[in-house]
Structures are given as structure tokens and as C-alpha cells.
Design a protein around this ligand. Sequence first.
Ligand SMILES: Cc1ncc(COP(=O)(O)O)c(C=O)c1O
Length: 375
Amino acid sequence: MKHYLLAPGPTPVPPVVLQAMAQPMMHHRTPEYEALFAEVRRDLRTLFQCKNEVLMFAASGTGAMEGAVVNTLSPGDHIIVVQGGKFGERWAEICQAYGLHVLAVTVPYGKSVEPAMVAEALRRAPGTKIVLATHSETSTGAIHDIHALAGIVRGTDALLVVDAITSLGVMDLPMDSWGVDIVVSGSQKALMLPPGLAFAALSDKAWARVPEARLPKFYFNFAKERKAIAENQSAYTPAVSLVVGLRESLRLILSEGLPIVFARHDRLARATRAGVQALGLTLFAEHPGAACTAVGAPHGIDGGAVVKGMRKRGITIAGGQGSMKGKIFRISHMGYVDAFDILTALGGLEMVLADLGYPVTLGAGVQAAEQLLRQ
Ligand SMILES: Cc1ncc(COP(=O)(O)O)c(C=O)c1O
């Protein structure tokens, strides 16, 4: 059976990237690796839209999240977390694991934070060291207005730390010009790679915090990594094959051009939304992003049954996580995905919904998406 991977990570890997990763192993303490890494360093800065180095770790994205916390904070520090889904909650969980004082600015799942709520929290907690937010909340499909949050945090002593794990390479996030202090991401989303690489980029304001941060750390030591990177090296053994693949995926993204990559994601997201709405389904997020579309399971139908039915037909999408289990399902349009993947997902969805007894006009979702995609 042919398989279609349309879950919000891991995402499909392009053949040219797979092929590059299948090359014989190279040693990392060699001129060959250093030349490869020099290109990757340069292209990562372009992708992150920042002037400082982008640090890279052999970890899933959560590793870079933890790194951002331990490299900027000390025991007992106060932080603000913006949360409206599972990944905002993860920021809080990491900070609680290190005994930090967490003030949560919480919105219901599916909603996006009002920037004024964060301004108010900062007024109430003037000693706050960092504000942690999620650009694209993958568990609900919602986006938070990072540009507005950066405008608020920039005028304070706090740092703005952003989880861009499903927004980097999907939606515009010009880190330096918006004034975001730390951006973290991972390889298995819009970077079109297997899981296993985590990234973190820091502003000058964030780097100034690093020497005074006293939380314990060893592997995720940003200062140590930055020193190694200056020599086109990493402090420890890098995930060599993934870095080889990364060179190819960055070439793909940058040769297409960031504005075009963002426009492509936006178009696929709009087509997906048009398709599911034409089937009478509702979008879960009030302000949906371009990484994935979260769809409310129709009344009387378990979202998990939709995911299972799709998988039986060869299409992998994702269900709801945690308290969202059974209530929603999520279709990704992130990374190596095109118009025909979306039509496949919608066609499959129509058949599965019909199988489950939902009144659906076969072709209605596909038609709505096609109308948008042929423009
Ligand atoms: C927004 C967001 N943050 C964090 C993570 C966690 O990343 P990882 O599973 O790579 O550790 C994910 C993964 O789906 C995510 O989508």
C-alpha cells in the first residue's frame, strides 16, 4: 500500500535529502565536515533571519526548549508562560522541573493569547526574567501573535523565548527585526528531515544572560556550543547524517525563497480549511496557522476513528492530544507537501467520514480545495 504522511511531524522527507543521508559516513573532525557545516551555519542564519549563530543539538525539539531555559535562568527565577495548548504547557513543565516560579497566562485550547494579557502579566510581575511563548501551537492549530508579543517584551528587561518548532520555515518569523530573543526549532517539521536535530538562536540580549544563568546543564551548554561552532565544529559528536541531510533541505528551502515557501504553506492551509469547511466541519483554532489544520470531530463521531480510518486507507494524520483526544483531528501541510497531498487527504477524509455515517457529499471538500488551488 502507498503511504501518505500528513501528520504534523515527522513530515515527509524529499528524495534528494534521503539520498544525501544514505552516503557513507564521514568523520566529523575533518575538513570535509567543516566545509559542510560552514554552509549549514550560513543557511541556518538565513532561515532564522538572524545575525547570530544558530546552535544545533542532537535531540528532539524539546531539547532546545530545555536548553533555552537552563542557559538563561537561575534557581528561583520568575518566568511567564503563554499557554493555550499542550506545547505551551510543556514550557511550564520544563520550568517547573527546574523549580522556577511560573506565572501562566492561559487561554482556552484553540484560542490565541491577547497580547495585552501578557503586558498586564509583566506589569504584575515586574521581576520576570523571561516570557515563553509558542508561535504555532501544534496541538490546537492556533498561532500566537509573536510580533505583538515581541513589541511588548522588548521594552522590558525580560527575554522573549519562542517555540517555533512548527513555524520555522512555515510562517514568517524575522527574529532580529521583530526583536525575539530566543527561537527554538526541530528538524522533523518544515525542515523536511527525520527527527533528531534541535536548534536554538539567541539575540545579543539573550547571550548577555548566558554567563549569569546558574541552572545546571551539561549537554545543552549554549556557550560551549557557540565556541565549537566558531570552528565549524560541535562540542560533542553531531548527528552527522542529519546534518548532511540538513544541507540539502536548506538548499531546497532557500532556492525556493523564504517568501515563496511561506506563501506556499499559506495557500495549502487555506485550501485545507476550505475543504473541511465545505464538508460542514469546523476549524478548531480561532486563528489557525499554516502548519496544520485542527478540525473539530463532527457530533457523534470520535476523532480517533477518523484517524484510524484514514490510516487504514494509507493516510497518516494526527488525532487530538491530551484533553483533545477524540475531539479533533489534525491534517498537516508543512514541509514537503503539495496541492495533491491536500487533495488526497480531503478525498480520504470524505470516504472515511462516509464510512463512519457522517452525511457527506463525496467530492465537496476536494472541489472547494481545488477551486482555491487552481488560482
Ligand atoms: C509546537 C511544538 N513544540 C514542541 C514540540 C516538541 O518537539 P519534539 O517532539 O521534537 O521534542 C512539538 C512537537 O510536535 C511542537 O509541535
